[in-house]
Design a binder for this molecule. Structure first.
Ligand code: GDP
Ligand code: MG
Length: 354
């Protein structure tokens, strides 16, 4: 059905302008498709048909492949954040399902303030979520003006990790798979980075590293981005990428007087990713964060976010998804095309099925 912005837009004097340049994210754009889920006894079930449709699509298969992925505990705003990423992507890039995009005014990608948030389902309780990996079934296309290289961008979400029912093995398997099949891995954390989270990251990455079977002197994975939600120390480190980089230095620093195990975790993380970044986001405000006040259904619009949060997600997404930062998947130093990548995914899934 149509979800065009309704007439109450007219309270806003720019509403007509907005409508001209903004197409809400509605049905024809795409859907989240489950591509991998956990069935019982640590077995995984893979949706090969969907993988073929995505990565072997004639418009996609020969392009360099960028897989933008988010991972972390459930109910921490991952899908919510990704849905704003989709808004950016639709406003900036053409896509397979929507060859007439992008919009004429990408600088207004966030759209009208009362626009309902669509995309990957967010806020749904853990009970009705599938555990596993989902991908947006519309693929974004970009041709570099400088190098003339063609890129395809796939957006990936992970579901149901670190809930009470998921075993540590399942968690690290999904985590490892997510790392293997992404080129930009956003690790979504709340509060501050803790030592056990770094150990966990090492554990899952080791798992992935073994499966990737790359040369031992190569960094097997591309970008890792720590995304810290509900940051409450802006007087120590500012919100955003710059404050995040400073904070990252403090927790990933390798020091001489550190315990050997703490040092080895840090070395391992540095040796596994070509690029490591961090961003700090403020608390979004009580309407977004929910709790008792969320009984009146909040639909994800940005009008009800704390202004600072809105400003920061806008800046962060502008940074993460701009053409310069579209990092394709690399294997042993070579950028992969989508169809080459699909062959790798296939192997990994077989490994993990055994
Ligand atoms: P996911 O399970 O990690 O994908 O989480 P969802 O995206 O489904 O969001 C879970 C809940 O967190 C929703 O009620 C969101 O409104 C809320 N939320 C979204 N972003 C944030 C944030 O940055 N901080 C907090 N505290 N809550 C958020
Ligand atoms: Mg989710």
């Amino acid at each position: 059905g149509s979800i065009m912005p309704t007439e109450n837009n007219s309270k806003n004097s720019n509403a007509d302008e907005d409508l001209k340049t903004y197409t809400p994210l509605s049905h024809p754009h795409g859907n989240a498709e489950n591509i991998l889920r956990f069935v019982n006894n640590n077995k995984i079930s893979v949706n090969n048909e969907q993988l073929q449709k995505l990565f072997n699509h004639p418009e996609v298969r020969d392009r360099k492949i960028v897989v933008f992925s988010i991972i972390g505990a459930y109910r921490k705003g991952k899908s919510f954040f990704l849905d704003y990423c989709l808004r950016f992507l639709y406003a900036h890039y053409q896509s397979v399902n929507n060859p007439n995009n992008p919009l004429t005014d990408p600088s207004n990608w966030i759209g009208p303030e009362n626009e309902q948030l669509k995309g990957f389902s967010w806020r749904s309780g853990p009970a009705c979520e599938t555990k596993g990996i989902v991908m947006w079934n519309d693929v974004f296309l970009h041709t570099s003006e400088i190098s003339d290289e063609k890129f395809a961008i796939v957006v990936m979400d992970t579901q149901g990790l670190f809930d009470n029912e998921t075993s540590p093995t399942e968690n690290s398997r999904i985590f490892a798979l997510g790392t293997l099949i992404s080129s930009v891995q956003v690790l979504n954390l709340t509060g501050v980075v803790q030592e056990d989270q770094l150990q966990y990251l090492q554990f899952a990455t080791e798992f992935a590293r073994l499966s990737a079977a790359v040369g031992s002197n190569m960094k097997p994975f591309q970008n890792l981005m720590f995304l810290i939600r509900d940051w409450v120390y802006p007087d120590h480190h500012d919100f955003g990428i710059k404050g995040g980089e400073e904070y990252l230095q403090t927790f990933l620093e390798i020091k001489k007087d550190q315990k050997p195990e703490l040092r080895s975790v840090r070395k391992f993380i540095h040796n596994s990713f070509e690029n490591i970044g961090c961003a700090l986001l403020p608390h979004p405000g009580s309407t977004v964060a929910g709790g008792k006040r969320q009984s009146r259904k909040y639909d994800g619009n940005w009008g009800e976010m704390d202004e600072e949060f809105k400003k920061e997600i806008e800046k962060l997404i502008d940074h993460l998804l701009k053409p310069d930062n579209l990092i394709p998947k690399r294997m042993n130093g070579k950028d992969l095309t989508s169809s080459e990548f699909l062959a790798y995914i296939d192997q990994y899934f077989k490994l993990f099925q055994s």
